[in-house]
Design a protein around this ligand. Structure first.
Ligand SMILES: Nc1nc2c(ncn2[C@@H]2O[C@H](COP(=O)(O)OP(=O)(O)OP(=O)(O)O)[C@@H](O)[C@H]2O)c(=O)[nH]1
Length: 322
């Protein structure tokens, strides 16, 4: 078996994939529809939208495939993303790269594979739309064009999902994206019995920045605060701009005392920024932190309300402080 080479732009490619916030999200009809269509058009048992992550391939949509991810080493798609056009394996048993691949000699007994790379809006090849069969098949030029057309549709759907869930200014998730990603992360924590926390931020006296320095400077302040958040939390944490000067972070697998330590680091980072940026104003914020408690929180909305109330208490105390 030949393990696929790593693409030359691997780090940027994986970063771009992670930024799309699509990995480990629930199935969506808009993608399932396209795999069903591919299966019907080509009369194959299996069609998959596969995304090649650093160590695994994860399936955003799948028909005829039971598992939702596989190791990258055995993945056909890792080979397909090295090319610009459709990759066809007519009979895996006769292909030196795949003849002894565990997915060929064992379940799901792949013989035929055709995969078309899927590109991100930034142009990185993130994965493929691919079809599989347990019998060898031929795939002509017309078939390749048709599969490529379907792959373009997957790309359009990915771009649409991204736009609808992203905040244009800061490039963080917007409220909708944040709620959907953190709801999903919360359900994983529930299932695995792991701790989680939600932090709710609201900038203090932000309106004054707009009023004194102009809206463009206000925008810059929001972008810089978003950057500091991104630099301080782990990649696995969900960060969002809920709107205006409100931000939230959902920390998974993080006990309460660790959350306090992370908030301490954040305070230091903001203080350093204020000291060094010399923009004529300071970034100030109030924050409410709430630990997930299965007895009182059912949904991410419950956690957000509790954290928002705590944030407001802090803001009020600060306003009233002499
Ligand atoms: N520059 C800029 N301003 C925004 C944006 N969205 C909302 N705002 C402004 O942000 C301000 C938010 O209002 P508040 O939260 O009440 O302002 P604040 O001064 O931080 O008030 P406190 O939270 O009580 O300290 C409003 O003046 C909005 O016009 C944006 O995208 N860019």
């Amino acid at each position: 078996m030949k393990i696929a080479d790593i693409p030359v732009n691997e780090q940027a490619r994986v970063d771009d994939l992670h930024k799309l916030n699509i990995l480990d999200t629930p199935p969506e009809e808009r993608f399932d529809r396209l795999t069903r269509l591919a299966r019907r058009l080509f009369s194959v048992p299996t069609a998959v939208v596969s995304l090649v992550d650093a160590k695994r391939q994860w399936f955003k949509a799948r028909v005829g495939m039971d598992v939702c991810e596989m190791g990258r080493d055995v993945s056909f798609c890792s080979h397909a993303i090295l090319r610009d056009e459709v990759m066809v394996v007519s009979n895996a048993l006769e292909d030196s790269r795949f003849h002894d691949n565990p997915l060929v000699v064992g379940d799901p007994y792949i013989r035929f594979y055709a995969g078309c790379p899927i590109r991100s809006p930034q142009g990185y090849k993130l994965g493929t739309l691919c079809i599989l069969d347990t019998i060898p098949r031929e795939f002509d030029e017309d078939d390749k064009v048709m599969l490529a057309d379907l792959a373009r549709m997957v790309e359009q759907e990915m771009a649409a999902v991204h736009l609808a869930t992203m905040d244009e200014l800061t490039k963080l998730s917007n409220r909708r994206g944040f709620e959907s990603l953190s709801e999903h992360a919360l359900s994983m924590c529930k299932r695995l019995g792991k701790p989680a926390s939600l932090l709710y931020f609201d900038l203090d006296l932000f309106k004054q920045i707009n009023d004194r320095f102009g809206h463009a400077e206000g925008d810059r302040a929001l972008v810089n605060f978003a950057r500091i958040l991104m630099g301080n939390f782990r990649e696995s944490d969900v960060i969002g701009r809920l709107g205006g000067d409100e931000f939230a972070v959902f920390l998974t697998n993080t006990p309460a005392q660790e959350t306090q330590a992370v908030l301490g680091h954040l305070e230091t980072a903001v203080n350093e920024y204020n000291r060094d940026s010399k923009r004529g104003y300071d970034l100030l914020y109030s924050v409410g932190a709430i630990e997930y408690d299965p007895a009182s929180h059912d949904t991410i909305g419950d956690l957000m309300s509790s954290a928002d109330a705590l944030m407001y208490q802090q803001k009020k105390r600060r306003r009233e402080a002499p």
